[in-house]
Ligand binder design. Structure first.
Ligand code: GDP
Ligand code: ZN
Length: 357
């Protein structure tokens, strides 16, 4: 594997030398799952774990390797394994605040060059949503590009042009591409933008066509997520999928489960904005995760009793929330599984709560 294909360059080379991790070689994190990693280096792909000392010294989750990170690894060729001894300084970081924990950020992907904000031409443009994704992209340090997907479904060329213009208004100077994975129109320009050694992510609402675009970029020759079950050092079996995807024409796309979670983040924040009044009151609840169903110290129920908050607000918030969860569960088999787990857990907690004594 040619490291330059993976995005390696002179500046990473300098960081690697400066890290001074003797006996180690550079590699890029291609997947992460439950603290177990896959890394790609010159000699191929290894399963890797973090050196104990590194785990010990990490101040927070942000210090641990993430997909896209360049790391120094000590290979153990006989076992086909490696140990990650250092994370090289990140050039860019796409991160999301972890819900409920104000300071901790979840690193979704590291060392991105481009963030494609995908919005579909067959849906009405949602400017607020695009703004949020653009803000996230700018914050990462990578270059945002707006990608208008499903170009074949734009009613007319004039419609597509109108969307393009409104995006120019939202994000002056940001490049706008239009493509159709279905017909192939615009795909060459997209491939060119990605280019050899460049790393990109696709963000955007569920259903805008991100996975289809990635598959189209891969074509027949691509190497796509073979999910692999392997045993780690302790003999546990874990599943790691390749989340760093190499495109046949050069270019790397990162597609992690965290990218999918971004959609939930988007829905969550939209919901919060639509119900700011309710949110404001709920900040007075004793419990942060109060569900306003008879919990002690519930400020929402108090406000409803006092007549300062209409009960319909809580009712429609609940309906919307349920609807969102349903949509998410339907759209994503992983979310479906997680939803089942969540319900199981809740049931257990309920039982435990009611057990006498
Ligand atoms: P994701 O949730 O953003 O990954 O979206 P998907 O890639 O799963 O696509 C959602 C739906 O849009 C699927 O039914 C696709 O077949 C459809 N789709 C994706 N790209 C195109 C396109 O370029 N043209 C048309 N007509 N449909 C598309
Ligand atoms: Zn409450």
């Amino acid at each position: 594997m040619d490291l330059a294909e993976l995005g390696w360059d002179a500046s990473f080379e300098r960081s690697f030398r400066a890290a001074g991790a003797e006996g180690s070689v550079p590699a890029r994190v291609s997947a992460e799952s439950q603290g177990l990693f896959r890394v790609m280096g010159k000699a191929g792909e290894w399963l890797a774990a973090i050196a104990g000392r590194m785990r010990f010294e990490a101040a927070g989750r942000g210090d641990l390797p993430a997909v896209g990170d360049w790391v120094a690894v000590a290979p153990r060729p006989a076992e086909g394994r490696a140990t990650i001894v250092r994370v090289l300084p990140r050039r860019t970081v796409l991160a999301r605040k972890v819900a409920g924990r104000a300071v901790e950020a979840q690193v979704l992907a590291a060392n991105l060059d481009l963030v494609f904000v995908v919005t579909s031409l067959n849906q009405e443009l949602n400017p607020r949503r695009i703004e949020r994704y653009l803000a996230l992209a700018w914050e990462s340090g990578a270059q945002p590009v707006v990608l208008l997907s499903k170009a074949d479904l734009a009613a007319t060329a004039a419609d597509a042009e109108a969307v393009r213009e409104s995006i120019d208004g939202l994000a002056p100077g940001v490049r706008v591409l239009a493509a159709s994975a279905a017909t192939g129109a615009g795909m060459d320009a997209l491939r060119e933008a990605l280019g050899r050694g460049r790393t990109a992510v696709l963000v955007g609402s569920s259903g805008v066509g991100k996975s289809t675009l990635i598959n189209a970029l891969l074509g027949d020759g691509g190497l796509r997520v073979g999910t692999v079950r392997e045993a780690d050092d302790r003999g546990r079996h874990t599943t790691t999928a390749r989340q760093l995807i190499l495109l046949p024409g050069g270019g790397v796309v990162i597609d992690t489960p965290g990218m999918r979670e971004l959609q939930l983040w988007e829905a969550d924040s939209g919901l919060a904005r639509a119900f700011e009044d309710l949110d404001e009151v709920a900040r007075g609840c004793r419990f942060r995760d109060c569900r306003h169903r008879g919990e002690p110290g519930c400020a929402v129920e108090r406000a409803i009793a006092e007549g300062s908050l209409p009960p319909e607000r809580l009712e429609s918030h609940r309906k919307l929330e349920a609807e969102l969860r349903y949509l998410e569960a339907r759209a994503d088999p992983r979310a479906q599984r997680e939803e089942k787990e969540r319900v199981k857990r809740l049931c257990k907690e309920q039982k435990r709560g009611y057990r006498p004594g």
